[in-house]
Design a protein around this ligand. Structure first.
Ligand SMILES: [Zn+2]
Ligand SMILES: [Zn+2]
Length: 430
C-alpha cells in the first residue's frame, strides 16, 4: 500500500478482556459517491469514546472520535457541488447521518433522536484519524467568518452543544437560578459558561473542594459540595426559591435523586448524564402534583444548535478549557479523560508545533543569545519556561486551571449498560 492510501489513526485494540488505543497506519477511507473526505486537523476526546473503547456501550468501530474539525480534501462524484468545496472547514460530530424520514426526523430539530442515525465510532469510523469520510447531506460546514481555532471548535461539537442545548430547553428566565450537577465535568464545565453567558445565575454542584475554585472561575456564583446537605445549601443560596432549572450532567443516580429536591416549583430537571443501569431514581406523583415541575431529556444538538453554540465561543463569552496533545499522546491520556479537568484535544500538527516550540526555545536560550535577543526586541529577560509551564499556559489561555482530580460524581460506569442503553443516542453524557 502506498503512503497516499495510508493514514495515521489511533485505533482501539482489544485483547484479553482489556482495551487500549494504539497509533497505527491504516487504510485511508475511500470516498463513496455521496461522501466528502475530510482531512482532520483537530479532534476532542469525549468520555463516550472511552466508554465505547471499553465496550460499555456495545459494539463499536476501531476508530473512535466525534469532535472532529478538518478541511474538505475530496468530494464524491455524486455530491451536489454547492454543498461544499475542497478546502472548506467542516465539523464531524456524533451524529454522522440521520434518515430524515422516521418519527423523530419528521419533528423539527428531532434529527438527534433519529432511530436510524449513524454515529461516529459506533457505526462509522470516527475522527481519531487523519481522514474521515462523511455523508455530504449531514456535513456541518463551518461559517467562513468563524475565526475560532480548530482546537477550540472541537469540544463544542459534542460537549459544548450538549451543554448549550440542555440550557436552551431548561425553560428558566435569565436572572433565575440554574443548578448544574456534575459541574466540574466536561459537559458541566461548559454548562457553567453557557449558563452565565445566557444570563442565568449558576449554582455549581460537584464533589470535593478541589472543584470549587474551578467552577467559580468559570462563572458559577455558588459552589455546593455534593457531600454536604445540597438541599439546605441550595435553599440558602436561593433564599428558599430553589433552582428554576437543574441540569444533571453527572452520570449519577444520586445526582438525579437530589435534583427533585432542589428544583423550584414549576421548574425543570434536564436529564443529560447517564448513570449506570442500577442507579435509578424514585419519585412519588405528589412531588409533581405539589410542585408542578417538569422532567425532560436533552441530547447533543442539531447542526443549527452547534452553530449557535459556536457563536458564543466566537464572541469570547465561552472558552473551552483544553489540553492540546498530539495523536501519539492519545493512548497515554485515554485513561485520564474522565478525571481530568478540561478537555484533551488532539491537534494533528501538534508534534510539529512542539518541535517548533522546542527549536525556538533552544534558539532563544542558546548561550549568549538570550540577552542579545531580548535587547533586540526591547524586552526584559524573562524566566525560562519549562515544558510543563508551557502546557499550563495553553490551558490558562482558556481561562482555566489544570487539575487532575477524581471526577467522582460523573464516573464512567464500570458495568456494561443494558440493551436499552446500548441503543441510546446520547453522547457526552457519561
Ligand atoms: Zn430518522
Ligand atoms: Zn461526546
Amino acid at each position: 500500500m502506498s503512503s497516499t492510501t495510508l493514514q495515521k489513526a489511533a485505533v482501539v485494540v482489544r485483547e484479553n478482556g482489556a482495551s487500549r488505543f494504539e497509533v497505527r497506519e491504516i487504510a485511508k477511507p475511500e470516498v463513496k459517491p455521496w461522501e466528502i473526505l475530510v482531512n482532520i486537523t483537530a479532534t476532542g476526546i469525549c468520555g463516550t469514546d472511552i466508554s465505547l473503547a471499553a465496550g460499555h456501550l456495545g459494539p463499536s468501530c476501531d476508530v473512535l472520535g466525534h469532535e472532529g474539525v478538518g478541511r474538505v480534501e475530496a468530494i464524491g462524484a455524486g455530491v451536489d457541488p454547492t454543498v461544499a468545496k475542497v478546502g472548506d472547514r467542516v465539523g464531524v460530530a456524533w451524529v454522522r447521518d440521520a434518515c430524515g424520514d422516521c418519527e423523530c426526523c419528521r419533528v423539527p430539530a428531532g434529527e438527534t433522536r433519529c432511530v436510524e442515525q449513524l454515529n461516529s465510532g459506533r457505526k462509522l469510523d470516527g475522527t481519531f484519524a487523519e481522514y474521515c469520510a462523511v455523508p455530504s447531506r449531514y456535513v456541518l460546514k463551518l461559517p467562513d467568518d468563524l475565526t475560532v481555532s480548530d482546537e477550540l471548535v472541537a469540544p463544542i461539537l459534542c460537549g459544548g452543544v450538549t451543554a448549550y442545548n440542555a440550557l436552551k430547553s431548561c425553560r428558566a428566565t435569565p436572572g433565575e437560578w440554574v443548578a448544574v450537577s456534575g459541574a466540574g465535568g466536561g459537559v458541566g464545565a461548559l454548562a457553567i459558561q453557557y449558563a452565565k453567558a445566557m444570563g442565568y445565575r449558576v449554582i455549581a454542584i460537584d464533589l470535593g473542594t478541589d472543584k470549587k475554585e474551578y467552577c467559580l472561575k468559570l462563572g458559577a456564583e455558588v459552589y455546593v459540595d455534593a457531600k454536604e446537605d445540597v438541599t439546605a445549601l441550595v435553599n440558602k443560596a436561593t433564599k428558599g426559591t430553589r433552582a428554576k432549572a437543574v441540569i444533571v450532567s453527572a452520570g449519577s443516580g444520586a445526582a438525579y435523586q437530589n435534583a427533585f429536591d432542589i428544583v423550584a416549583a414549576f421548574g425543570t430537571v434536564v436529564c443529560v448524564g447517564i448513570p449506570p443501569p442500577h442507579q435509578t431514581m424514585t419519585l412519588h406523583p405528589l412531588q409533581f402534583i405539589d410542585k408542578g415541575f417538569t422532567i425532560i431529556g436533552s441530547v447533543t444538538g442539531t447542526r443549527t444548535d452547534t452553530l449557535e453554540a459556536l457563536e458564543f465561543v466566537q464572541r469570547g463569552v465561552v472558552t473551552p478549557a483544553i489540553h492540546p496533545i498530539s495523536l501519539n499522546e492519545l493512548p497515554d491520556v485515554a485513561d485520564r479523560v474522565a478525571t481530568t479537568t478540561g478537555k484533551y484535544v488532539v491537534r494533528f500538527d501538534q508534534q510539529k508545533v512542539d518541535q517548533q516550540k522546542a527549536e525556538d526555545w533552544i534558539e532563544e536560550n542558546a548561550e549568549g543569545k538570550t540577552e542579545e535577543k531580548a535587547e533586540e526586541k526591547g524586552e526584559v529577560k524573562t524566566e525560562q519556561k519549562s515544558e510543563e509551564k508551557a502546557e499550563e499556559e495553553a490551558v490558562e489561555k482558556a481561562g482555566e486551571k489544570v487539575e487532575e482530580k477524581g471526577r467522582e460524581d460523573g464516573e464512567v460506569p464500570s458495568k456494561a449498560l443494558d440493551s436499552s442503553q446500548e441503543k441510546n443516542n446520547s453522547c457526552c453524557a457519561l
